[in-house]
Write a protein that binds this ligand. Structure first.
Ligand SMILES: *Cc1c(COP(=O)(O)O)cnc(C)c1O
Length: 395
């Protein structure tokens, strides 16, 4: 991978025709160290947020030893990239063959489940293994989060008692896990979920060895300014300490977004302007799925050697494919004289951006370049916000 000092340096030197992914290893290291040092338990990286092997190695070198995966392909990827990593298979609905391969070929011992059918499947696939860590997923509210994960997975509170008792029989270590939804905007989300966990433990009267609070830790985007992560950690720590569990019980979390959002951004070129619409060379089928389909407003900066003196105005974007749905409403604030040939950096795409690109319509072959400048916003700087220019992350 090439290295450049900054997004501007790269745009000026290369004038790239294709979009370029800008990666910032220092930002991923900083996020990982923050979780390792400050989260009052173990941090598992949720691989789906960004499965780039370079990122996996960076996180590993920064002290992240456990990886939360959802598919057999992710199991294989982590096993190949980081042979000493501990892999946790946290999708509650797995193929029996996937469980079998994970257990026997890749040493996976931690599995999640939300039904007795899945429990039976795990027991069968591992031939009644006695060294399993089984995490029962409880359904919790996604009310405080920008992206719901509440309807698909998780046992209802009334189903938990029998499930916990059955899993206790099969498990070496028994866990309870949940996911409050992605981009949780308040620590209350975890408090409320932990109260459900408490009720389930009391009712089932089983010994619980692991409490896994899942992902959902937020990043910074325009119009979404969460409280500092320390506030989340404090609420989680306090409620964990008050649960009726053994002194040796472990606290886990599974951050995806918070560990990698700042890791990557995208440099795109404007190919055409029509009023307040900019036709750019990446879009809904590239790294901008969330911008198109759930109206996520990523921060943007016009990358020009001489800063524009023009006032900012709101733009929407069209991506490069021939599809009307390849549209991102924004509004994205840019100087009013932006036009064809200009480069725009779209920030905070390290999570669920670069990971979701497709090759649809022949677009999407994207080069990655390392840059050393700061991401457009950061939860981890000494100053929490490291804004490089006035039009990023309007709070
Ligand atoms: C997606 C997912 C995560 C990561 O969620 P973020 O909101 O990115 O932190 C963690 N655990 C599970 C089970 C997931 O499905």
């Amino acid at each position: 991978m090439h290295t450049h000092h900054s997004a501007l340096g790269l745009a000026a030197a290369l004038r790239p025709v294709q979009p370029v992914t800008l990666v910032r290893p220092h930002a991923a290291r900083r996020a990982a160290r923050f979780f390792i040092e400050k989260f009052p338990g173990r941090s598992l990286y949720a691989v789906k947020a960004n499965p780039s092997p370079d990122l996996l190695r960076l996180l590993w070198e920064s002290g992240v030893t456990h990886y939360d995966v959802a598919s057999i392909a992710e199991v294989r990827l982590v096993a190949e990239t980081l042979p000493a990593a501990i892999i946790c298979f946290m999708h509650p609905v797995k193929a029996e063959e996937a469980i079998q391969e994970a257990y026997f070929r890749h040493g996976v011992r931690t599995f999640s489940l939300d039904t007795t059918e899945e429990l039976e499947k795990i027991v069968r696939a591992t031939q009644g293994a006695s060294d399993l860590n089984l995490c029962v997923r409880i359904r919790v509210s996604s009310d405080h989060s920008k992206l719901s994960l509440a309807s698909k997975f998780g046992a209802e509170p009334y189903e938990m008692k029998s499930l916990l008792i059955a899993a206790r029989q099969a498990a070496d270590a028994l866990g309870i896990c949940f996911h409050v939804g992605s981009q949780a905007m308040t620590p209350m989300a975890y408090y409320e979920a932990m109260e459900r966990v408490r009720a389930a433990i009391v009712e089932a009267a089983v010994t619980v060895d692991i409490v896994d609070v899942g992902g959902g830790f937020p990043s910074l985007y325009p119009g979404m300014e969460p409280p500092p992560l320390e506030a989340y950690f404090e609420v989680i720590h306090r409620t964990f300490e008050s649960l009726p569990i053994s002194y040796s019980a472990e606290l886990w979390c599974e951050p995806g977004r918070a560990l990698c959002a700042e890791y990557a951004s995208l440099l795109v070129r404007v190919e055409k302007r029509r009023g307040d619409q900019l036709y750019i060379n990446d879009g809904a089928y590239g790294a901008l799925f969330d911008a198109a389909h759930i109206g996520w407003r990523f921060p943007v900066t016009l990358i020009r050697e001489t800063e524009s003196a023009n006032r900012e105005m709101g733009f929407s974007f069209y991506g490069p494919t021939c599809d009307d749905m390849d549209h991102m409403a924004g509004p994205f604030l840019l100087p009013s004289d932006v036009g064809p040939g200009d480069y725009i950096e779209i920030g905070m795409l390290g999570a669920y951006g670069c990971a979701m690109r497709t090759g649809f319509n022949g677009f999407g072959a994207v080069e990655s370049v390392i840059v050393g400048d700061e991401p457009m916003a950061s939860l981890y700087g000494a100053e929490r916000e490291v804004a490089r220019s006035s039009n990023v992350v309007k709070l």
